[in-house]
Design a binder for this molecule. Sequence first.
Ligand code: TRP
Length: 365
Amino acid sequence: MVGASVSVADMSIYTHTGGQLDRLCRAVGFDPAERRHLDLLRRLLGPAGEMSISEPPPVASNVADDTSPIEFSLAMDQRGECVVRLLGEAIGSTGPRDFLDQVAAEYGLVTDRLDAVADLFLPHEERQGPFTLWYSLIFRPGRTPRIKVYLNPQISGPAMADSLVSEGFRRLGIDRAFEAVIEHGLRRGERDNFAFFALDLDDDPLSRVKVYIAHDAAESEDVERAAELVAGTDPAVIREFLAVLGGRKGPFDGRPLVSSYSFVEGSGAKPGNYSLYLPIRSYVPDDAVARARVQAMLAQLDFDGNILDNALGAITQRPLRDGVGLLAHVSLKMGEFGSGISVYLSSEAYQVLPPRQRPILGVPS
Ligand code: TRP
């Protein structure tokens, strides 16, 4: 047989997600000679990356709904600058920090802050919750990739989450901010919970500590209030974002809305940025509807919508109506350093989730 091609089902996890990542980077203007994004992905997945996507994955990751260990995102800002990011779990490694140890020297990572809180969030005792350590790989055209880690405040159970975050803040020199975060972001008892604690692994003066809060069954007002803590946020923009993308005012009783506050070390009592994450896949029948809503939002903010379509084309060729969850989340960032929109895209390596029924419009009689 001449020109036999590898069928999709025979692809390895690395081939599948690496192809998507490479096309995504090219779609936003990376030099085709650049290889570092693929090198980092290959090392993150490790030997497990060679497994075929037709076999069940070695670890059923919570990074994405279909158990894929990888999720992509595209961050767009007002200046038209675009950043490609990849959220990933090192599914094949023996220790959660193996990947870091492998790449730290080569990529100039600064792990001081991770080291300062590691005993809190990476305990030796039994772990709980959906994950232990996730990585974000951050790619900008022509720049050295950056790496961020996500730790799990629920790792020692829900009762310990607030004290882990509080102690984490103290060790990182932002303890004065903790009370304000509780007052604005965790007002609704058991329905508001710390979900992620993230650290940039570099020593850029603007490198950040970021804390994320999941709001179960929240209304728009709840996240508007969470945003009030940060200068430069606008409740009207939040309402608009949720109405356009979520198609409702509330309650958001599917997957939870998430807030994040981002701090620069030594920034005192106030975070510099607030982001709101909408898990859009819970609030649309299919990805064609999700895309149309994101396009409407981008147009309203005067962002370039072609970038989104190019990104979607880099990830999949399937008709958008045939599934839901390719567009997993959309986030809105606001604060002193300007605003932006990010779209989180699933790799769908293992499964395309079936669309929900679209509402049928009544025919007037
Ligand atoms: N899949 C998980 C979730 O939806 C974790 C996750 C991946 C996530 N990307 C995210 C959570 C972006 C918030 C925002 O909860």
